[in-house]
Design a protein around this ligand. Structure first.
Ligand SMILES: Nc1ncnc2c1ncn2[C@@H]1O[C@H](COP(=O)(O)OP(=O)(O)OP(=O)(O)O)[C@@H](O)[C@H]1O
Ligand SMILES: [Mg+2]
Length: 242
C-alpha cells in the first residue's frame, strides 16, 4: 500500500448511540491533497463520521489513521482544522476577538498572528465586520467566521461540516475556489454536503446512507458506473433499494 498518498484511513468504523447503530462498518481511504466529499441525506451520519475522524467523538469500533499514525493523537489534531455544523463561537465577543482567541490557542503570536487573522478574514469577506459583536452577525456571517477560524493555523487536514449553508452563491464559489487552492498546496479537505452541485466540485465522493458508505468514486465515475446523468440519479439508483 502506498502510505504516502493514503493520508486518511478509516478502518471498520462503527458508531452507536445506546443500541442504535448510526455508522456501520465504514472503510475509506482519502488521499493526500484530495478534496473528498461526504454526501448524504439528513441523518445519514455525515456529522457523526467526521466527528469520529477528527477525534471530537470516539467511535464504538474501528480505527482512524492519519499519515499512518493512529488517532486520537494530539500532534495530529494540532494539524487539523475542524469547522463544526453548528457554529462554536463566542457570541458576546467581536469577530476579531474570536479570531484572536483561537489564533492564540493555535500558538500564533505577534505579526504572524495579525497577518493570518487578516488573511482568513479577507478570504471569507468579513474584514469590514470584525469589530461587530458576533451576536449581531447573520447566520451566513457566523458560518464564514467559523470557516475562517478553522483555517487560521494552516492545517494539513481541513474538515468542514456543511460549510456553505446560509452562504450566498458568490461567496460559496470563492470558498470552493479556496478549498481547491488549499488542495493544490497539498492540504487534504474532507467536506460534508447534501448539495449536489457542491458534490460535483469534489475530486472524489463517498455516498452515505443510513450510516453505510454505499459508493465511493469521482463524480464522473459514479455517474458512469450507474448510467446516471446526475449525482442525484446515482443516489436514487444506489440508495433506492434500501
Ligand atoms: N448524540 C446523539 N445521540 C443519539 N443519536 C444521535 C446523536 N448524534 C447523532 N445521532 C443520530 O445519528 C444519526 C446520524 O446523525 P448525523 O448528525 O451524523 O447525520 P447527518 O448526516 O450529519 O445529518 P444532517 O445532514 O442533518 O446534518 C441520526 O439518526 C441522529 O439522530
Ligand atoms: Mg450533519
Amino acid at each position: 500500500m502506498d502510505k504516502e498518498h493514503q493520508y486518511l484511513k478509516i478502518i471498520n468504523l462503527e458508531k452507536s448511540f445506546g443500541n442504535k447503530k448510526v455508522i456501520t462498518d465504514i472503510n475509506l481511504d482519502v488521499n493526500k491533497a484530495e478534496v473528498f466529499g461526504l454526501l448524504g441525506p439528513s441523518g445519514a451520519g455525515k456529522t457523526t463520521l467526521v466527528k469520529c475522524v477528527s477525534g471530537i467523538d470516539t467511535a464504538t469500533k474501528g480505527e482512524v489513521y492519519i499519515s499512518g499514525e493512529k488517532m486520537p493523537k494530539f500532534s495530529l489534531m494540532e494539524k487539523m482544522g475542524y469547522m463544526t455544523q453548528s457554529d462554536a463561537l463566542y457570541e458576546e465577543l467581536s469577530g476579531y476577538e474570536n479570531l484572536s482567541f483561537f489564533a492564540s490557542i493555535y500558538g500564533l503570536k505577534g505579526k504572524k498572528k495579525t497577518d493570518r487573522i487578516n488573511e482568513v478574514a479577507n478570504l471569507v469577506k468579513l474584514q469590514d465586520d470584525l469589530k461587530k459583536t458576533v451576536v449581531n452577525y447573520s447566520g451566513g456571517m457566523k458560518r464564514r467566521l467559523s470557516l475562517a477560524i478553522s483555517l487560521l493555523h494552516e492545517p494539513d487536514l481541513i474538515i468542514l461540516d456543511e460549510p456553505t449553508v446560509g452562504i450566498d452563491p458568490i461567496l460559496r464559489k470563492s470558498i470552493w475556489d479556496e478549498l481547491h487552492r488549499l488542495s493544490k498546496l497539498g492540504k487534504t479537505v474532507l467536506v460534508t454536503t447534501h448539495v449536489m452541485d457542491e458534490a460535483e466540485k469534489c475530486d472524489r465522493l463517498g455516498m452515505l446512507q443510513n450510516g453505510k458508505l454505499i459508493a465511493v468514486g469521482s463524480p464522473a465515475e459514479l455517474k458512469d458506473s450507474t448510467n446516471s446523468k446526475t449525482l442525484e440519479d446515482v443516489f436514487l439508483k444506489l440508495g433506492g433499494a434500501e
